[in-house]
Structures are given as C-alpha cells and as structure tokens.
Design a protein around this ligand. Structure first.
Ligand code: BES
Ligand code: MN
Ligand code: ZN
Length: 488
C-alpha cells in the first residue's frame, strides 16, 4: 500500500538553516510578524521574507496558503515556501498549511521551520495527507518520495501528538488506494486478501464465501454478483479494543465495478465505476486506523464485495429475489444494485452482532451528486442524537456532510406489482428513495445513519488534503465519532 511519508521532529537548530538542502517552509503570521527561525532565513536571504510579508500579495493570501521564493541568496536550499498562519491557528488552518507545504515539496526533501507553532502536529498531519500519490501503475515514477523534517519546540511531545494522526493518515491512504485501484486488480478476491492481511494488526477478519452467503439467505447480495466471474464475498472485520459491550457497526457497499448490469450504463464515464466500492473502502480504512492507534472501543466492519456485470448468468430486470430478512424485491433496474447488497449485509449485521448503532456508507446514487455536488455527502438517519454526533464529528474534521430527509411519500414509490417492493423508482428524490429502501432493512429501534458518498469519494480535481482521485472522505469523521462517543 501507499505509506505516508516519514516526518521527523527535531529540536530547532538555528545554525544549520543556511546549509539545509532541498526545500524549506517557514511560517509568518497574518500581522507580518516573523518568528525566530524565519527571522534567520530573512537575515540570510537579505530581507526577502520581510519584503514578502509586507507585500500586498501576502495580505491577499488565505491562512494556510503560501508563496514560494526560489533560490534565495545566502542559503543552500532550492527555495523557501512562506506560509501564512496565525500564531494560534485552528486545526483546519494548520492542516491546510501542511497541505500547502506538501504540494510545494513534491517528491523531494522538505524542512519545515515550525518552532513556536502550537499546532505543529496538525501541520504534519496536513502535510502527510496531501503528500499522497497513487503511483502503483506509473512505471516511470519509481523514485522514492522523500520524507520531511520539522524543527519544533519539544519534539518528543509533538511526536507523541502526531502518532495517532499518522495512524489515521495510514487508514486514509488504505482507503484511497482501494478506491483508486482499477477493477482488474482490485477484484473481490484481491480486496478480501488485503483485508485478511490486516489480521497482522490485531483485527479479526472473517471472509464469508458464496456457499455460506447462500446458506444465510443473502439472495439479493448474491443476485448482484451472479453475472461476474469474481466470487461475491462478505468480509467481517472486528476490532475489540473495548470491554465486553456490544460493538458499533460500520457497513460498506463494495461493488468493485458497476457496469449497471443488464440495465447497462452509458459508456462515457463508466471507468469511474471502479470507485463503486468506496463505502467498503472507507469502512476498511477506519478499521485499519482503529487498529493502528489501538482504539479503546469495539467496532465491527462488514463489507459486501461483488461485481455488477452483464452476462448470461446476470440478474435480469423484472427478477424477483428474496432478501435475508425475508422481504421480496422486484429488481426493476439492475443498476440499482448497491441497495441490494446493503439490504442483506445491514440485516446480517443486526442479526449477528446486535450493535449499539450502525452506519452504512455507499456510493449509492447519482442523485446525491445532483443534490449536493462534490463537497458534501448525504446523511440520512433515524436517530437525531447519533446523527448530530456524526455531523459534529464531520464538521470537526472538515468533511462535508448534510442531512437529507426520509418521508412516507417515498415509501409509496417503492411499491411493486409483483413483490413486496421494487429496487428502483426513477429520478425524483433518487437519493432519498434509495435511503427509504435501506430503512426497510433496519430494525425500528436501531440507531442508524446512511451516508451516500457518491459525490465525495472520488474527485476530478485536487482538494485541500488530497490530490485528484480518491479522497478517503469519512475515515477521519468516523474515527472522530468513535473517539468522542466511545473512548471519551
Ligand atoms: N454506483 C451507482 C451510483 C453512482 C453514480 C456512484 C455516480 C458514483 C457516481 C449506483 O449503483 C447507481 O447506478 N445508481 C443509480 C440508481 C438508479 C438506477 C435508481 C443512479 O444513481 O442512477
Ligand atoms: Mn449501479
Ligand atoms: Zn453502484
């Protein structure tokens, strides 16, 4: 997997600054005040930092943004990135500053002069997250990405603070790799093998194969995968870091490729459907992060891994299948496959684990992209307390999320002529009708959230903390929720 760059924290050493090679980053507060280390850079470079700090260009910069000065006089380095950051920045500003440095850094060496910043660990977190690059299949990019060194006050303390953040970064990278990986590589078998490998981290991992799924009655999940040569699987990951209390459950849609099936999608843009396992990817990344940081909580992750292909064996529009719960479903559109996968694994998770609460994640509908675009995921919940806790966690982590409604009106749209319900009901309120469908597989008193991440899992442009491609949206918010709710 893509591992985060190594970041070393060292005591500030003002005398080495002139001889540092590679690139440098310094912090200047919005009032133009230059701290001790930056002042040394300023003196060496004959006042370049101060001139910039007094400029209109500096005044116009957002907090966390920066400008690079190339090949400064009097120094061995290639350049200095001057980053605007308040003396007491918010966590989000500090991470943004780190991300700015990561973009400037590229693959080379970077020294960050951050002594005096109370948010040095958060700067390192932003730096690590933004320095991600998916180069597994770029044959020319074999050079190793260099690490960074940060001069800070009290390096041991900063390193201790940055430890759990590094675990999170690794969880986020695990998710991003899964989501970026093409579907000829990330088959259901390959996905399950990557999850099984996490047993080394202390996670219990169990892989349910098709015969067991058939015995359990997961016909709707199996229907989705029956046209593919890759076998359908359900993988259960358990992290038991708490006491003997019931776990919290995370459930993910893992469609490794979604052609639409017999209700086939148009070819333009279909390549993006390699990311249709994004929900399962986030669940997997959270489980990895929980294990790496040794979370004191019990969490179970359940993912349904299938591939939706058109084939002689594929499910057909009009087919009626029986879910594990017992309700029958008319599959009037084979492209509404995510809810068929989730219906069975949501039910299975409740029956087997009786969790204290449950969150599912899925790249479920194009409609949520029409509704909310690419910076907010759709949040559907039957429980205000859990929902508000999640929204707060997402806000803290600066991951966009917006609550959407259920309604009895949507239930009417799910009526089928031949079965208990149909799986698709057209364009109006497409994200909500999908959520309403899922709710039928959630027990009345089960606190539950459905997150439709179709718009946020993969972006065609760079974002603040990720290059274009997979974002890992949700890993940080869900970890934060577990931390605040169960480890408080
Ligand atoms: N995987 C898609 C949803 C999707 C669309 C994810 C765009 C990411 C980007 C899902 O399986 C799907 O095809 N949904 C249909 C549902 C419809 C047939 C009711 C959709 O949104 O069009
Ligand atoms: Mn689909
Ligand atoms: Zn899909």
């Amino acid at each position: 997997m893509t591992t985060p760059i190594s970041i070393n924290f060292v005591e500030a050493d003002i005398d080495t600054i002139a001889t540092l090679t590679g690139k440098l980053a310094v912090l200047v507060s919005p009032d133009g005040k230059i701290d001790t280390l930056a002042r040394r850079v300023n003196r060496l470079s004959k006042g370049a930092i101060a001139r910039f700090a007094e400029s209109e260009a500096f005044a116009k910069l957002d907090n966390g943004a920066g400008v690079a000065l190339a090949y400064p006089a009097g120094m061995a380095c290639e350049g200095v990135m001057v980053v605007k950051l308040p003396k007491r920045p918010s966590v989000v500003e500090a991470r943004k500053a780190g991300a700015t440095m990561a973009v400037y850094k590229g693959t080379g060496v970077l020294s960050v002069l951050a002594a005096g910043s109370p948010k040095a660990a958060d700067i390192s977190y932003g730096l690590a997250l933004r320095a991600y690059a998916f180069i597994a299949h770029k044959t020319a990019e074999t050079d190793e990405i260099q690490g960074a060194t940060m001069m800070v006050n009290n390096p041991e303390k900063v390193a201790a603070e940055a430890g759990p953040m590094a675990a999170l970064a690794e969880g986020v990278f695990f998710t991003r790799d899964l989501v970026n990986e093409p579907s000829n590589i990330l088959t259901t078998n390959d996905f399950a093998a990557r999850l099984a490998a996490m047993q080394e981290l202390g996670l219990e991992v169990e892989i349910l194969e098709e015969d067991e799924l058939a015995k359990l009655g997961m016909r709707t999940l199996l229907a989705v995968g029956q046209g593919s040569t890759s076998p359908s699987k359900v993988v259960v990951m358990r992290w038991n870091g708490g006491g003997d209390e019931a776990p919290f459950a995370l459930v993910g849609k893992g469609v490794v490729f979604d052609t639409g099936g017999i209700s086939i999608k148009p070819s333009a843009g279909m390549e993006d459907m390699t990311m249709d396992m994004g929900g399962a990817g986030v669940v997997s990344g959270v489980m990895r992060a929980l294990a790496l940081r040794g979370a004191k909580a019990n969490v179970v992750g359940v993912v349904g891994l299938v591939e939706n292909m058109p084939d002689g064996d594929a499910m057909r529009p009009g087919d009626v299948v029986r879910s594990m719960k017992g309700d029958t479903i008319e599959i009037n559109n084979t492209d509404a496959e995510g809810r068929l996968v989730l219906a069975d694994i949501l039910w299975y998770t409740q029956e087997r684990f009786t969790p204290v609460g449950m969150i599912d994640l899925a790249t479920l509908t194009g409609a949520i992209i029409i509704g909310l675009g690419h910076d907010k995921a759709g949040v559907f919940s039957n429980n205000d307390a859990l929902c508000n806790d999640f929204l707060k966690a997402a806000e803290t982590e600066d991951e966009g999320a917006w609550r959407m409604p259920f309604s009895p009106a949507y239930d009417k749209l799910l009526k089928s002529r031949t079965a208990d319900m149909k799986n698709s009901c057209g364009r109006p309120a497409g994200a909500s009708t999908a959520a309403q469908f899922l709710q039928r597989f959630v027990k009345e008193d089960m606190p539950w959230i459905h997150l439709d991440i179709a718009g946020v899992a993969l972006l065609s442009d760079d974002s603040e903390l990720a290059p274009k491609g997979a974002t890992g949206w949700g890993v940080r918010a869900l970890d934060r929720l577990v931390r605040d709710k169960f480890e408080g």
